[in-house]
Design a protein around this ligand. Structure first.
Ligand SMILES: Nc1nc2c(c(=O)[nH]1)N=C([C@H](O)[C@H](O)COP(=O)(O)OP(=O)(O)OP(=O)(O)O)CN2
Ligand SMILES: [Zn+2]
Length: 129
């Protein structure tokens, strides 16, 4: 098992276009307003160590995959503006599921877990269930 931490910042609001403004206010409160977080993304991978190399993935490759598939798309962006997240309420749960999908395309079964901390108090762990 190997964990890799990375920081990213993005702005979002919690708002569902399937609900009325009143319903959104009821459900999401102050979070319907645009705001941002310094998220911490932790990607865990697992695999059988290759006896020849002593690795199951080169961390340099893992970092490159996280950079191209996640950071280059999300970091310092407004989530609601991003095509891949259109129509998705950008809760930490939904962002974790989206990140899992983006990484799984490249990592396949090496991907074990995506953990994303939205604030010091809130984080989501997703294992592709
Ligand atoms: N199930 C979820 N609930 C909430 C989410 C979420 O992603 N999933 N997100 C938010 C807001 O984005 C908000 O910015 C974070 O919530 P907040 O209560 O502000 O976070 P803190 O607990 O760190 O804030 P304190 O004011 O210090 O308590 C809300 N809900
Ligand atoms: Zn928020």
């Amino acid at each position: 098992m190997y964990d890799h931490h990375t920081l990213l910042y993005f702005s979002h609001r919690l708002y569902s276009h399937e609900l009325t403004l009143e319903e959104n206010k009821q459900i999401y409160g102050k979070c319907i307003n645009q705001h941002g977080h310094n998220y911490v993304l932790e990607v865990s991978v697992k695999g059988a160590v290759d006896p020849k190399t002593g690795m199951f993935i080169n961390i340099t490759e893992l970092k490159s995959i996280i950079a191209t598939e996640v950071l280059d798309i999300l970091d310092h962006r407004t989530l609601e503006d991003l095509e891949p997240l259109k129509g998705i309420v950008t809760t930490t749960e939904n962002v974790a599921v989206w990140i899992w999908g983006a990484l799984h395309k490249k990592l396949g079964n090496l991907l074990f877990e995506v953990k994303i901390e939205e604030t010091e108090k809130n984080f989501v762990i997703y294992r592709g269930e």
